[in-house]
Design a protein. Sequence first.
Length: 166
Amino acid sequence: MTESLSPTPSGPEAESPPDADWMQSHCFCTSVRRIDRILTRIYDETIRPSGLVTTQYSLLSTLSRAPADITLTQLALAIDLERSTLSRTLAPLERQGFVRIVPAEDRRARVVSITPAGRAKLEETRPLWRAAQDRVAGLAGGQRIEETLAQLVTLVDPIRLSREGE
């Protein structure tokens, strides 16, 4: 049986498949958010044994590549996340000792960095993340996924820059 990226309904709704036309959207935002929810479920399920969720893994991965002294504001801007949301997502990682948040030199800002325990957790989780990547590539086609990712990357800057002028 071929697996699908869409969740499989169970119970009464599984009796007769709906006409798929009504589920399709021509809205970029709606379509991207929908695939985001589907992908997040796949990644969260796959990396669950590590004790992390996808957003936490992503932050640890980003911090592992970041410059040594990056402020919370700089990190929020780099990943296009509201600072308050970033702080809420970092809180459990800080409690677990995976990240360190300390006052910056000017004391008005706070600096965040990945700890050795965070790097170890990242390396422990990486094979699970790779399995999620491979699963998605298998479901949608590896080349198709790579091409889509490349296209999405090229969309980020023009859209982000246009919003900064608002």
